[in-house]
Every structure is written in C-alpha cells, then in structure tokens.
Design a protein around this ligand. Structure first.
Ligand SMILES: N[C@@H](CCC(=O)N[C@@H](CS)C(=O)NCC(=O)O)C(=O)O
Length: 242
C-alpha cells in the first residue's frame, strides 16, 4: 500500500499517524506541496484532484482522509483495536458525527488561521489586517468551544474512555494553528488535558515525529516564497483571503 503525503497537511498527518499507530505497513510517497509537486505529471496520474492524502492499494486509489482512515480500519479489522472506530452502532455513529462536523468547522477555522499567518503576507504582499485575523481567531475559538462543550463534555475522549479516529482527526487540526504560534490551549485546561491524553494514546514519540514539520512552519513560508507555482496559486489564495 502506498500513501502519498506531505506532513505539513493535517489530513495527511491523521492518515500517517493512524497507519503507524496501528502498525499498518505502507510506502511513504512524499508529495511536497510547497514545491508544487501536486501539479506534477506523475502525481496527476495518481489523482486528478491533485490533493493529498492519497492512498493506493494495488490498483485501488482513494482520496479523502476520513475515507482512507475508514478503509484502513476495515481492511485491517482483525488487527486494528476496536476503539479507533468502534463496531458498536452508537459509538461508531459518535465518531462519524465528529468527522462530519469537523470539515466546515475546526478544520476550516484552524486552516484559515494557519494560512493567514503563514501565507497571507507572501500572497498579498501585506500584513494581515487586524480585523481579519481577529475574525478568524474568533471562528477558531467558537469551534474549539464546540469541541469542548458539545463533543468532549466531561469525557476523557470524544467517544468516551478510549481514543478514536475522531480524537486523532481533531488533534491534527488543532496543531495547525499551534504550528504558527497560536496558543489554542490558553485558558482551556480541559482541552489541554485532552490533547495530552490523545498524544499519549497515539504515542508521544510518534506524535512528535508526525508534527515535526508543522512545528517548524516558518520554514514553509520561506519555501512558498520560492515556489515556482506561486503565480498560479495566487488567484486561488487571493480569493480565499478576500
Ligand atoms: N478533504 C480532504 C482535504 C485534502 C486537502 O485539502 N489537502 C490539501 C493539503 S491539507 C492539499 O493537498 N492541497 C493542495 C492544493 O490545494 O493545491 C481530505 O480530508 O483528505
């Protein structure tokens, strides 16, 4: 099985961390987004969506991190611990409830803060306007509040006593703004305690390995500055930032 990944990307980290934590063997195929490798002819043959992560299992190609995660759980059902995606109807529904919610909420809001901090100055040639950053941080705060108050409540993990794909997908998104210096845990001790439990459940060393690149996100900003595809990417980001 091949996984096409760039660990700067949150959905790539969820797939990478899960495969490694569950000891599912794979070939790591690096697609460096900051170098525009998603636009290469070679990668275009794998995925016309030109986004990572992508999984290739024999001739079967799958995009979308949450679909890849579920595929891996089901393919390796005999060895993957049940808590990642419980067989119990209602517990599995809780995982899927979170996975459905996160795309337009924690993922969208955490990514926006990250992109404003890491890319806005390069793309727009100016500092991020204060009110734009304040609005993005407020949206992120709202998502973090929902994660705490609606999904976690007083439980150890989103589904209950054990870690699941929902916690994994949540933590990788949270680490995106952390990578550009936003202290999302400030004033949120319960969320911080949860994040420590998730790191432990994944394995602290593995977690650090998966997040090494994003914790050096300033290097990414520099690489993007030298990206020969920047002119092509500019209109896309300008639209996103406007
Ligand atoms: N919903 C997709 C998101 C995939 C995605 O947006 N990947 C980004 C990196 S986080 C990407 O490859 N972007 C490249 C581009 O847009 O050029 C998933 O969960 O896998």
């Amino acid at each position: 099985m091949e996984l096409y990944l760039d660990l700067h990307s949150q959905p790539c980290r969820s797939v990478f961390l899960f495969a490694r934590a569950a000891r599912i063997p794979f070939d790591f195929k690096l697609v460096e987004l900051s170098k525009g490798q998603q636009y290469s002819e070679e990668f275009g043959k794998i995925s016309t969506a030109r986004k990572v992560p992508v999984m290739k299992d024999g001739s079967f190609v799958l995009t979308e991190s949450t679909a890849i995660l579920e595929y891996l759980v089901q393919k390796h059902a005999s060895s993957v611990a049940d808590h990642w995606l419980p067989a119990d109807l209602q517990q599995r529904a809780r995982v899927n409830e979170y996975l459905s919610w996160q795309h337009m909420n924690l993922r969208a809001h955490g990514s926006k803060v990250f992109l404003l901090k890491a890319l806005f100055p390069i793309v727009m040639g100016a500092e991020v306007p204060k009110e734009k950053m304040a609005a993005a941080l407020e949206d992120l705060s709202q998502s973090l509040r929902t994660l705490e108050e609606t999904f976690l409540q007083s439980k150890a993990f989103i589904v209950g006593e054990e870690v699941s794909l929902a916690d994994l997908v949540a933590i990788v998104e949270i680490m995106q703004p952390v990578g550009v210096g936003v202290d999302v845990f400030d004033g949120r001790p319960a969320l911080h305690a949860w994040s420590e439990r998730v790191k432990k459940a994944i394995g602290e060393e593995l977690f650090a390995e998966g997040h090494e690149l994003i914790m050096k996100a300033s290097g990414l900003t520099q690489e993007m500055q030298n990206n020969k595809h920047m002119e092509m990417l500019k209109p896309k980001y300008e639209k996103f930032f406007s």
